[in-house]
Design a protein around this ligand. Structure first.
Ligand code: SAM
Ligand code: SF4
Length: 462
C-alpha cells in the first residue's frame, strides 16, 4: 500500500468508521498533547477526527485501544518525556498487540528522531509529520489495510480547514491564524519542523470566530508562531492589525488574546490596534529572549534592546496599566556574566507581570547547535535561579497595583488550594482567586481585589 495513493480524508473517515462499527461498543482513544498552544489546537483537531471516525475519548491510556502522542520538539526535555512515555507503553503493546500507537507532531519531522523511532520503537504503528493532522484518517485507514508501519514524517504545507474539532473548553477557544515560521532564530527548531509561514484566509478565520462567539465562547486566543507576520503571504495583504480590527467588529461579550508576537514586527500599528479595539485583552506577550544586544544578534532576533524598550515605552505611555509578559532563554551558547547581567537589567526596567524562562536546549540542525558553549550547566542553573528570584520580587510588587481596583475576570476553575474559591484570569492575564460557585465557571465577573501575592491576586465578586 502506497501512502501517496490513499483515498481522500472523507473517504478514509467513512472506511475507518465502518471498520470500527463492527465492534460491540465504541472503542476508546487516548490523546496526549505535549508542548505549546498550537500543539494543543492540533490535538483538538486530532481528537475531533478520532470521534468522527467512531472513537470515544478517554483520559485513561490503560482503557484505550488507540493511543496518540502529539509531540513537541522545542526543548530536549519535551522529547525525552515522549521517549520515556513510549518506553512505558511498550508493555501494553506486548500484552495487547491490537492496540494502535500513533505519534504525531513536531518531533517526527527530525531525521534523527525518525531514525530513533524506527530503531528503538518499532511497535509504533502510525507516525504522522507536523501540520498533517487532516491525514490521520488516511494513516489509520492504511493501518487498517494491514500496512505494518503507516509512517509519514514529511513536513506538510497544509492549512487544515473544516477539520472536526473537539475543543477542551466550552468557553475558551484557540484559533490558529497562521502556521509555520520564517524567522530562523538560531536556537529554534520550529522553522525546520513546522515549515514556512502560511496564513489562513481572513474569511475562514472570521467565520470560525463568529461561530465560536455565537456558541457562547468568551475567550478567543489567536495563535501563530509569529502572529504579527500574519498576511505577509496573502495576495490581498490583510495584516495582523487589520485582522484584529475586523474580528473586533464582531458583536458579543468576549475578549481576544493572541500569541506570540515577535518584537521585530511589533509595529505601532499593532500596538494601536490592541489599544483601540474594545475586545482586545489588556495583555501583550512579547518574547524578548535576552537583554544583551550581542546575544540577540547571535540569536538572529533582528531587534535591539533599545528598540524593544521603545516598544514597551510606547504601549505603557498610552496605557500604563497594560500587562506585559515575555519568554527568556538563559545560557545561550557563550552567554557571559555581563550578557546575563544585561538580561537582569532589562527585566528590572520592563518589570514584567510574568515570564516563561528556559535554560537553552541544544537542538540538532539549528545554527546555535554549532556554536561553542563553554558555560557550564551549573553556571546556567545558577543564572536561572537568580532570574527567577528577581522576577518573583517584581511580581509581588507589581501585583500590589491591583489592590483596591475592580478587574474583569473570566472564571475558569475551582481553586485546588482553597475549597470554595474559584480561579480565573483578568483581562491583564493576572491569576485571580475569589469565592464563588462552580456554575460561575466560564462566565465574566467583576472582582474587587483585596490582596496580592507573588503568583496571584485575590478578591470578592462585586
Ligand atoms: N515564536 C515564538 C517567539 O518567537 O517568541 C515562540 C515559540 S517557541 C515554541 C516558545 C519559546 O520557547 C521561545 O520563545 C523560546 O523562549 C523557547 N525556546 C525555543 N527554542 C528553545 C531552545 N532551543 N532552548 C530553550 N528555549 C527555547
Ligand atoms: Fe522559533 Fe524564532 Fe520562529 Fe519563534 S520566531 S518559532 S523562536 S524561530
Amino acid at each position: 500500500m502506497e501512502l501517496e495513493h490513499l483515498p481522500t480524508t472523507p473517504e478514509c473517515i467513512r472506511n475507518v468508521r465502518e471498520w470500527l462499527g463492527e465492534r460491540p461498543a465504541k472503542p476508546l482513544a487516548y490523546v496526549h498533547t505535549f508542548g505549546c498552544q498550537l500543539n494543543v489546537a492540533d490535538g483538538e483537531k486530532l481528537s475531533g477526527l478520532l470521534q468522527e471516525m467512531g472513537y470515544a475519548l478517554t483520559d485513561d491510556p490503560e482503557k484505550a485501544s488507540l493511543i496518540l502522542y502529539n509531540t513537541c520538539a522545542v526543548r530536549e526535555n519535551a522529547e525525552d518525556r515522549v521517549f520515556g512515555t513510549l518506553g512505558n507503553i511498550k508493555r501494553r503493546k506486548q500484552e495487547d498487540p491490537g492496540l494502535i500507537i500513533a505519534v504525531t507532531g513536531c518531533m517526527t519531522a527530525q531525521e534523527q528522531v525518525a531514525e530513533k523511532l524506527k530503531r528503538s520503537y518499532p511497535f509504533v504503528d502510525i507516525v504522522l509529520g507536523s501540520n498533517a493532522v487532516a491525514r490521520l484518517p488516511q494513516m489509520l485507514y492504511a493501518h487498517m489495510q494491514g500496512l505494518r508501519h503507516a509512517w509519514d514524517t514529511a513536513v506538510s504545507a497544509d492549512i487544515p480547514e473544516n477539520v472536526p474539532t473537539q475543543r477542551e473548553s466550552s468557553y475558551k477557544a484557540a484559533v490558529p491564524v497562521m502556521y509555520g515560521c520564517n524567522n530562523f532564530c538560531t536556537y529554534c527548531i520550529v522553522p525546520y519542523v513546522r515549515g514556512r509561514e502560511r496564513s489562513r484566509q481572513p474569511e475562514a478565520i472570521l467565520d470560525e470566530v463568529r461561530t465560536l462567539i455565537a456558541q457562547g465562547y468568551k475567550e478567543i486566543m489567536l495563535l501563530g508562531q509569529n502572529v504579527n507576520s500574519y498576511g505577509k503571504d496573502l495576495p490581498d495583504g490583510m495584516d495582523f492589525p487589520a485582522l484584529l480590527r475586523e474580528i473586533d467588529k464582531i458583536p458579543g461579550d468576549y475578549w481576544i488574546r493572541f500569541m506570540s508576537s515577535h518584537p521585530k514586527d511589533a509595529t505601532p500599528a499593532l500596538m494601536d490596534a490592541i489599544l483601540e479595539c474594545d475586545h482586545l485583552a489588556k495583555h501583550l506577550h512579547l518574547p524578548v529572549q535576552s537583554g544583551s544586544n550581542a546575544i540577540l544578534e547571535r540569536m538572529n532576533r533582528r531587534y535591539t534592546v533599545e528598540k524593544y524598550l521603545s516598544q514597551v515605552a510606547y504601549i505603557r505611555e498610552k496605557c500604563p496599566d497594560f500587562s506585559l509578559t515575555t519568554d527568556l532563554i538563559v545560557g545561550f551558547p557563550d552567554e557571559s556574566e555581563a550578557d546575563f547581567e544585561a538580561t537582569l537589567e532589562l527585566v528590572r526596567k520592563v518589570r514584567y507581570d510574568n515570564m516563561y524562562s528556559f535554560i537553552y536546549s541544544k537542538r540538532t540542525g539549528t545554527k546555535a547547535a554549532l556554536m561553542p558553549d563553554p558555560v557550564t550547566d551549573k553556571e546556567k542553573s545558577g543564572r536561572m535561579g537568580r532570574l527567577l528570584a528577581l522576577q518573583r520580587e517584581i511580581a509581588v510588587e507589581n501585583n500590589e497595583r491591583f489592590v483596591g481596583r475592580t478587574l474583569r475576570v473570566l472564571l475558569d476553575g475551582e481553586s485546588k488550594k482553597r475549597p470554595g474559591n474559584l480561579t480565573g484570569r483578568s483581562s491583564e492575564n493576572m491569576l485571580v482567586e475569589c469565592p464563588g460557585t462552580p456554575d460561575q465557571i466560564g462566565t465574566f465577573v467583576n472582582v474587587k481585589i483585596t490582596a496580592s501575592h507573588s503568583g496571584m491576586i485575590e478578591g470578592m465578586i462585586v
